[in-house]
Design a protein around this ligand. Structure first.
Ligand SMILES: O=C[C@H](O)[C@H](O)[C@H](O)COP(=O)(O)O
Length: 223
């Protein structure tokens, strides 16, 4: 049986129309979207993609999906991406894989955004998943201290014993908050801190979420 991630991921590829410029998200769910896009391309679908991470670009190229640099496109027809948590308003937390900055830039340039998730990602309130912040390396320690003093429980994301480095050369602080009562207010507050490049709060961006639930799918639409 297909996993929920695979079912949701593959389903999203069927929202793609011939000739589209697609934003290609990052992660283990959208991985299946790319695999299904390849199946559809073998059947004649034409498309071009803009990758949100090096990891996605490598997979897309392996599959023969034509990749355009972000700088070369004006608008993107549709972006297909994963998410770490999604609330009933289709606001979400992203960046579990560290790709939040480019994912947000691509989403903002897109006419439509669809997320693909398994059922465990749908929550009433955002925040149990640690909120990633992409920050510049220069004041990482000072920012950590400031956020710690404000009770935001930051942790420097590590990889192989070293601070994780994003595709843009930045670092990630994960905030262990448990519940975010005011996502907009928190996003604004964090963005105003010098050295914070982007937050993992993606608000009013996804128009549709495809959720894998057991052996079926649930479609959620933004109201
Ligand atoms: O930085 C990574 C992205 O925001 C991913 O889309 C997100 O973490 C979901 O990934 P996955 O589908 O692997 O759970």
């Amino acid at each position: 049986m297909m996993t929920e991630k695979e079912r949701a991921g593959r389903a999203a590829a069927h929202a793609v129309e011939d000739g589209m410029i697609l934003g290609l998200g990052t992660g283990s769910t959208v991985h299946f979207t790319l695999l299904e896009l390849k199946v559809r391309m073998d059947q004649g679908l034409r498309l071009q993609g803009v990758a949100t991470s090096q990891r996605t670009e490598i997979l897309a190229r392996e599959l023969g999906i034509p990749i355009l640099p972000f700088s070369a496109v004006d608008r993107i027809d549709l972006t297909l991406d994963g998410a770490d948590e999604v609330d009933p308003n289709l606001n979400g937390i992203k960046g579990g894989g560290g790709a939040l900055l480019y994912e947000k830039l691509v989403a903002e340039a897109s006419d439509k955004v669809i997320w693909v998730v398994d059922h465990q990602k749908m929550v009433d309130t955002l925040g149990r998943f640690p909120l990633p912040l992409e920050v510049v390396p220069f004041n990482l320690e000072k920012l950590w201290k400031k956020l710690e003093n404000q009770g935001y429980h930051p942790r420097v994301r590590m990889q192989a014993g070293e601070p994780f480095v994003t595709d843009a050369g930045n670092r990630i602080l994960d905030l262990h908050l448990q519940a975010i009562s005011d996502p907009e207010g928190l996003h604004r507050e964090l963005k105003l801190m010098s050295g914070v490049v982007e937050t993992g709060l993606f608000l009013h961006m996804a128009e549709e979420v495809i959720e894998g639930v057991g052996d079926t799918l649930r479609h959620h639409f933004r109201k």
